[in-house]
Design a protein around this ligand. Structure first.
Ligand code: MRU
Length: 356
């Protein structure tokens, strides 16, 4: 399996996703600030992977802290958490992971831990977040695989694969699990302008796993749906509001509308850590605006006239009415999402179940 991110004694190693598929390079990030910059600059991307990177970055920061005394350590850790939280605004997994590291820090301090003990606790917590993410993806895969018919052609947008998580993937995890269960699945991958996560990452990942994949440009998916070539759509998510509205990579909304128009099931696969019950609807989800150069340039070469006005929102919101089901690591939720999503959290105490 592809190693997206790894904790080592010297720092955090990540595959540099900006260089794929041309070069497979694994640089090491040696400070909390270097990890924060790696998230900002898209060395690592994808909601769950960003959360794991942030957790490892904070563990690394505290490991290297030279702070003297409790108050200084606390102040320094708080600054590192705030820095990490400024990296990218949309994927809620980032904030979830930071809060979980804060919780572990505070618990360790309350237990009277020495600085060394707090450091070890944070390293342990970051590894737990990493391992739990792979486990979540496997669970989502098992729930979701049942929804994919034998012989299906599945359309996906962006990259919600091993590269976007600690491993296995969310949307691609469901596809992988369906293939592992013996189903013959074909994938259509949208190229996903402007960062080309579909062309560069999804196509690379699936081809590596020998899962048949056809690459199309973003404007083509409606055509293939209309011609009966797509049996279902499955995408990941960056943040899901309490009513089931889903923020995901820009272009997802148009895919969902076209799927609805053509009576094609549209599934979202995401762990509970992507669900933000504090937001009532997708309108409240902050949408990241990225650099104009991602739109005007391709691999350093300008494609648009100089001085042209450019907009580059990195995500959009798909209203819950277009979503056939949300596949989580604790079961499959359907309309009404305001009830089914809440109940998946409540079920955490008593074990997994399916909501139909
Ligand atoms: O800008 P990115 O590449 O971080 O956006 C990623 C996506 O939109 C993914 O679909 C989402 O994070 C789900 S990844 C399991």
């Amino acid at each position: 399996m592809i190693k997206t991110i790894e904790w080592t004694g010297e720092g955090v190693v990540m595959i540099d996703q900006r260089l794929l598929p041309g070069e497979e390079v694994y640089p090491i990030f040696r400070t909390c600030e270097e990890v924060a910059q790696a998230i900002e600059q898209m060395v690592i991307r994808g909601a769950p992977a960003i959360g794991v990177a942030a957790a490892m970055g904070l563990a690394l920061g505290l490991k290297q802290s030279k702070a003297a005394g409790d108050a200084e350590v606390e102040k320094e850790f708080d600054q590192m958490c705030r820095r990490m939280a400024r990296t990218r605004p949309t994927a809620v997994n980032l904030f979830w992971a930071i809060e979980r590291m804060r919780w572990r820090f505070n618990r360790s301090r309350k237990d009277g831990g020495s600085l060394d003990q707090i450091r070890s606790a944070l390293i342990q917590e970051a590894s737990l977040i990493y391992e739990e993410d792979i486990d979540s993806n496997r669970k989502m895969g098992a729930f979701g695989a049942e929804l994919i018919p034998e012989g299906a052609t599945v359309l996906t947008h962006c990259n919600a694969g091993a590269l976007a998580t600690a491993g296995f993937g969310t949307a691609l995890g469901v596809i992988r699990a369906a293939v592992e269960s013996g189903k013959h699945i074909n994938v259509f991958a949208d190229e996903t302008r402007p960062f080309l996560q579909g062309a560069r990452l999804t196509a690379w990942e699936l081809a590596k796993d020998d899962i048949p994949v056809t690459l199309i440009t973003d404007g083509m998916s409606g055509h293939f749906m209309q011609r009966g070539r797509i049996n279902c759509v499955i995408v990941g998510a960056d943040r899901i509001a309490a009513n089931g509205d889903v923020a995901n990579k820009i272009g997802t909304y148009m895919v969902a509308v076209a799927a609805h128009e053509n009576n094609i099931p549209f599934y979202v696969a995401a762990p509970l850590t992507t669900i933000d019950l504090t937001l009532n609807s997708g309108e409240e989800i902050p949408i990241e605006e990225r650099s104009e150069s991602e739109v005007t340039h391709v691999r350093g070469e300008r494609m648009a006239p100089p001085g042209i006005a450019v907009a580059n929102p990195a995500f959009d919101v798909t209203p819950h009415r277009y979503i056939s089901a949300i596949i989580t690591d604790n079961g499959v939720a359907r309309e009404p999402y305001d009830l089914s999503l809440k109940s998946l959290f409540a079920e955490l105490e008593t074990g997994s179940r399916k909501i139909d």
